[in-house]
Design a protein around this ligand. Structure first.
Ligand code: ZN
Ligand code: ZN
Length: 308
């Protein structure tokens, strides 16, 4: 029976066969081998199997695998000893919400009972990420989401940036302002007080509940966390850079779904790492930054030794 591991093994076999054909040894040099050396047929087969590995409807839980430079999966990614599960869309667990106090600027019934109570609304000014229009549209979230899942696997490769550390890399050239897909995770209340690494590194904010009624003249809109610590999309592994080439953007798909997407802020060339700016909050702790950008706000090494 086909399962994720079975497809992984098939991909390993294809990779090994290709390496024998081209007589390439193991080790670091492998990273330099580009797609160019793979026949179109092999590339097609690899991509179709990768899609199946992540998106086959029959798989109950799907885990992430990190990939080599040609996007072949190498092994399951673990975080604190546990595999990370794919969340095609935001998940909701009522237990996280029951004992929470209703936040200010929340205009729905409390507590929320499902993901739709939180993200099943749209905000006036938002653009639809499916049709790119600001006007009322009939785009379907589920349909967009399904298409985007496959697109993400084709656009982004998850690879090691250091031992046990991962990042997202462009599998093709990406355009200005291109939407790369949804940032998903568990919908959880904002944490009060001291925040852990997970609260900033793997979480992003999204507005929650119905938009502020017109009768409420001024004020804000309550937000919650999209927490991708244990489950999420590929974008969970986006690393921080003080000179980031992508950002998170709020918007909607159709008239019943609020979404948070990853958007390119500049052209990103094939092979480049895709990065986000985690914001000031992330630097409050003792985190040092390894982005090596000349704009770095908190370099891990003295600036003078950073630039090659
Ligand atoms: Zn639309
Ligand atoms: Zn930096």
């Amino acid at each position: 029976m086909a399962d994720q591991h079975g497809i992984f093994l098939r991909l390993c076999h294809i990779r090994d066969t290709e390496e024998q054909v081209h007589g390439k040894g193991k080790g670091k040099g492998k990273a330099a081998v580009q797609d160019v050396r793979l026949s179109a047929g092999v590339q097609k087969l690899r991509d179709s199997l990768l899609g199946q590995m992540y998106l086959d409807q029959r798989f109950e839980t799907v885990h992430f695998y990190h990939q080599d430079a040609r996007s072949f999966p190498i092994g399951k990614v673990l975080f604190q000893g546990q595999p990370i599960a794919l969340a095609k869309k935001n998940t909701f667990d009522a237990a996280h919400w029951q004992k929470q106090k209703k936040p200010g600027w929340y205009f729905g019934t409390w507590p929320p009972t499902c993901a739709e109570d939180i993200v099943g609304f749209v905000d006036d000014k938002h653009v639809c990420f499916s049709c790119k229009q600001q006007e009322v549209c009939e785009c379907d979230y589920e349909l967009w989401m399904d298409g985007m899942q496959l697109e993400m696997v084709k656009t982004v490769r998850l690879s090691e940036v250091g031992p046990g550390e991962y990042g997202c890399f462009a599998r093709r050239d990406i355009d200005w302002y291109e939407n790369l897909g949804e940032y998903t995770g568990e919908l959880r209340p904002l944490k009060q007080g001291r925040k852990s690494l997970a609260d900033t590194q793997y979480s992003a904010h999204i507005m929650m509940g119905p938009p502020r009624p017109k009768s409420v003249k001024s004020g804000g809109q309550a937000k919650c966390n999209v927490d991708a610590t244990h489950r999420g999309s590929l974008f969970r592994w986006l690393n921080h850079s003080c000179n980031a080439n992508a950002r998170l953007s709020w918007g909607r798909v159709g008239m019943n779904r609020r979404v948070l997407v990853v958007e390119a802020m500049q052209p990103i060339l094939e092979g480049m790492e895709i990065t986000l700016d985690y914001g000031q909050e992330w630097f409050k702790g003792k985190h040092k930054c390894w982005c090596k950008s000349v704009f770095c706000k908190n370099p891990a090494q003295p600036r003078t030794t950073v630039q090659a």
